[in-house]
Every structure is written in C-alpha cells, then in structure tokens.
Design a protein around this ligand. Structure first.
Ligand code: SME
Length: 160
C-alpha cells in the first residue's frame, strides 16, 4: 500500500517538494507512461487542495488527446492553439489563468471551473503532454504553484 499524502500545516513549498518526491518514488522503474500518468493524476488530486479536475492531455498525431485524470468526464481532443491547454501546447509556456471566463477560447469541460493552471511537459524540446489543473475557486493558482508543477513536469518528462 502506498501512503503518499500531504502533511497537515505544510507550507506550499513543502507540499510541492513532497509531491515531487512522491511522484519520483511512484514512477521509478515503471516504464508504462499511462500507468505513471494515472498515478500522477491521483497524486496531484491527493496533494493539492481545492481542485475539481487534475490530469493529462497527451500530444498524439498533432493534437491534444485526453489522458489519465481525476474529475468529471472531459473533452477528448483539443487542437493545438485552442483553449488553455492548446495555448500551453502551442507556446510551450505555462498558462496561469486566474479567471477562465476571461480567457479567450477557454474550453469549459466542467462548469464549476473558475481558474486553471496548465503546464506543458517538454521532452527533447518538444511538448509531449500538458498537465491540466482546474479549480472551482477564482485565482486558485499562483506563481509558486506554477513553479511547483513545472518542476514536476520536468522530472516526469521521461516517465510518461
Ligand atoms: N479548460 C481546458 C480544457 C480541458 S478541461 O479543463 C479538463 C482548456 O480550455 O483547454
């Protein structure tokens, strides 16, 4: 049994450090990328409070295709350049969106989503996936969250 879980009263930096350590431990020596993404989605969900969706879109045949996630069923295919995920894939840049309703072209998969953080996963200079986090709270994510998830994306780029 795995008992990876956040500790009460942790700072955000400690939380992200523990999340990264758990992700490394859980994916070590496992070559199956889908299995690793499934466990990473579960870890994100377990470690990060106030989410309504956490998971992956993978770059398949030039578009984003839904990968392992936790949350409500979501749109399956997202063209590069469309929505928040598509913007992250097109630019290779993290998208920190405090108000999804103000983001041009935002794709609403769950009407509860108010803010969103999308971090590209880059391997050998190419975007191979994005990590998508949605929250029912406005401005749930800040630059520290972005840095934490970017570190996770970097560490996991060879494992998914
Ligand atoms: N909101 C995303 C779509 C994916 S769902 O949030 C799970 C977007 O605009 O790309």
């Amino acid at each position: 049994m795995f008992t990876f879980a956040p500790t009460e009263g942790q700072s955000k930096a400690e939380l992200h450090a523990d999340l990264l350590e758990a992700a490394r431990a859980l994916t070590q020596d496992e070559p199956d990328g889908i299995a690793n993404m499934a466990n990473l989605a579960a870890l994100l969900w377990q470690f990060l409070p106030d989410l309504n969706w956490a998971g992956f879109y993978r770059m398949v045949g030039g578009e984003l295709v839904l990968g392992p996630f936790i949350g409500k069923p979501a749109c399956i295919r997202i063209p590069v350049g469309r929505g928040v995920c598509g913007a992250a894939a097109a630019t290779g840049q993290t998208q920190l969106v405090p108000d999804v309703h103000a983001f041009p072209g935002h794709i609403a998969c769950d009407a509860a989503s108010q803010s969103e953080l999308v971090v590209p996963v880059i391997r050998d200079g190419t975007v191979i996936a994005v990590i998508d986090l949605d929250s029912p709270s406005p401005a749930r994510f800040d630059a520290d969250d972005a840095r934490g998830i970017e570190a996770l994306a970097k560490a996991m780029a060879d494992r998914i």
